[in-house]
Design a protein around this ligand. Structure first.
Ligand SMILES: [Zn+2]
Length: 132
């Protein structure tokens, strides 16, 4: 697994363990089937960072969401990741329009990515991160 930068990498450890497991399995899947290592572009955030980004959802600051870069992935891999992991863990996903949605693939502002999100019941308290 690769990380966009050292902040994203350092904060991976604070994600909910279930999400860490799902992300590692997605990375293993991409490596085994395509020889591709996935890149995480976002893990945990703070309220201040979410405000600056104009983020409405609290999933990143409650440590239950992560973003996977898709611009360097074949469409077939993106489709397989969505199909396989929605089937395996879809019931753990956050509710969107009253339906559990583990993976949201919606190209927008910060570039195309897969937003992987756990249900609100897995929300963790926001952290005060020390940046080194
Ligand atoms: Zn996201």
């Amino acid at each position: 697994m690769k990380f966009k930068d050292s902040v994203v990498e350092e904060r991976f450890q604070y994600l909910h363990p279930l999400l860490q497991t799902i992300l590692k399995q997605m990375d293993d899947f991409a490596k085994a089937k395509y020889g591709i290592e996935l890149t995480l572009t976002a893990t945990c955030s703070t309220s201040d960072e979410d405000r600056a980004l104009g983020r409405k959802s609290d999933t990143h600051r409650t440590r239950r969401a992560s973003d996977v870069r898709t611009r360097d992935l074949p469409e077939s891999l993106i489709a397989e990741l969505c199909a396989v992991f929605r089937k395996k863990y879809g019931n753990l996903g956050a509710k969107l329009n009253n339906q559990a949605q583990l993976i949201v693939y919606r190209p927008h502002g910060t570039g195309p990515h897969l937003h992987i999100q756990l249900n609100r019941k897995y929300a963790q308290p926001e952290m005060k991160y020390v940046t080194t």
